[in-house]
Design a protein around this ligand. Structure first.
Ligand SMILES: N[C@@H](CCC(=O)N[C@@H](CS)C(=O)NCC(=O)O)C(=O)O
Length: 209
């Protein structure tokens, strides 16, 4: 179908963020579950995402991968949901800033931290995120300034940044700071997040009793 929205995901993945965004948008979509190590690493899925990773979104014949890009794409494709400032608006500055900051420096810094890699001080100037502490302090300052990241209003940047923070604290890749916890509480009470979580949990493999 020309305008069909299909989310390729695994219920235990970052696909939860894309699903949350789809639930915020409120358009009909279908989900295809891709399994780790098997269908995720084989055709036909590799033609959708040669990285063999989830999530991916197909909208008609357009494909978008990368969770932050999926959030941004959906916000623009369905502007009636009011989840991003319109193109050209000055609020695009903080919108792009925090989406890209989280998908780039925050993600890289937290991944390296988990692996125990510390950037030697003399190499900080050539590493995009520089220093872990500075990245996390900068993020904290951004979210402590206002209830939401862009124009004081909930939007796609809060879906992505909020989920990265919430999941990071849940999995212990990010320390719990009062500002992070307050922000996560604020954004995770969204009914759309509750629906995404429930849908994922219903599709996750059942643990043996
Ligand atoms: N940069 C990607 C990361 C996607 C990613 O790493 N997804 C994980 C699940 S959370 C995955 O598919 N891992 C499977 C694998 O690499 O085999 C994004 O933001 O969407």
């Amino acid at each position: 179908m020309a305008d069909e929205l299909v989310l390729y995901t695994n219920p235990q993945s970052r696909g939860r963020i894309a699903r949350w965004m789809l639930e915020e948008i409120g358009q009909p979509y279908r989900t295809e579950i891709v399994e780790y190590g098997t269908t995720m690493k084989a055709e036909p899925y590799l033609s959708i995402n040669p990285m063999g990773k989830v999530p991916a979104l197909r909208h008609g014949d357009a494909v978008v991968t990368e969770t932050a890009a999926i959030c941004a794409y959906l916000a623009d494709a369905f502007p009636q949901a009011g989840l991003a400032p319109p193109p050209g608006d000055r609020l695009r500055a903080p919108y792009y800033r925090w989406l890209f900051f989280c998908a780039g420096p925050v993600e890289a810094a937290t991944s390296n931290k988990v692996l125990g890699f510390v950037v030697p001080p003399e190499r900080e100037r050539m590493i995009g995120y520089g220093r872990f502490d500075l990245v996390i302090d900068t993020l904290e300052r951004a979210i402590a300034k206002s209830d939401y990241l862009v124009g004081g209003k909930f939007g796609a940047a809060d879906v992505y940044v909020g989920a990265q923070l919430g999941f990071g604290m849940m999995f212990g890749t990010l320390e719990k700071r009062p500002a992070f916890e307050a922000y996560w509480q604020r954004v995770s009470i969204r009914p759309a997040y509750g629906r995404a979580k429930a849908l994922d949990e219903a599709q996750a493999p059942k643990r043996p009793a």
